[in-house]
Design a protein around this ligand. Structure first.
Ligand code: COA
Length: 170
């Protein structure tokens, strides 16, 4: 069966509509952490993608396309020394959520990770209120390793960060 979305490297052009996915400071921080400035702009996107151009790459970044439209994005931050990859900045476009795109998109992203190198540990951070994302990660086999309480400040709020990981070999 053909994949519903085509997974390609992320480029500035493919992420041009991306800032509209995050219309509030909270939605931007939920996706990308508190280090980003709202609104997301081309300069911040370029800075993220610059890490994909190092040798070896510090980051892989992917766009999921339906036709020519970008409907999914994910990044993998790579620790080559210890073989640890961190899934980061993953989102499905607001128009396309709830349609079952997340799992096939991530399966392809993880296949690309295997092509890039040996990363037995795959980890991620997710805010504890993010129930859709947590349900997805648990369905994929990620396990919660702990919670960094009150670890992020967004406006006047403080958020708890859950650390999830999956060990991908024997
Ligand atoms: C998390 C996110 C990527 C899920 O994308 P999606 O397109 O809604 O997901 P799908 O329709 O493919 O569903 C995949 C799984 O996610 C979970 N899920 C999705 N929406 C859910 C909801 N509203 N409530 C509970 N679980 C949900 C389910 O486990 C679902 O699997 P199932 O349908 O077999 O039960 C999407 O909500 C998103 O982009 N959120 C904003 C950005 C973000 O928070 N990213 C994560 C940062 S850690």
């Amino acid at each position: 069966m053909a994949l519903p979305i085509r997974v390609v490297p992320a480029t500035p052009n493919r992420l041009a509509a991306f800032p509209s996915w995050f219309p509030t400071p909270e939605s931007l921080a939920q996706w990308g952490g508190s280090g980003l400035r709202f609104p997301l702009d081309a300069a911040q996107i370029a800075a993220m993608l610059a890490e994909t151009l190092t040798e070896p790459p510090l980051r892989l970044a992917f766009a999921g396309l339906i036709g020519d439209e970008t409907v999914a994005h994910a990044q993998l931050a790579l620790d080559w020394t210890d073989g640890v990859a961190r899934l980061a900045r993953f989102a499905i476009a607001p128009c396309c959520r709830g349609q079952g795109l997340a799992k096939p998109f991530l399966a392809e992203v993880f296949a690309r990770l295997d092509e890039a190198g040996d990363f037995p540990r795959l980890e991620l951070n997710v805010y504890t209120f993010n129930a859709p994302a947590i349900a997805l990660y648990e369905a994929l086999g990620f396990r919660c390793e702990g919670i960094r309480r009150s670890s992020v400040k967004v406006g006047d709020a403080r958020w708890d960060t859950a650390i999830y990981a999956i060990i991908r070999e024997g």
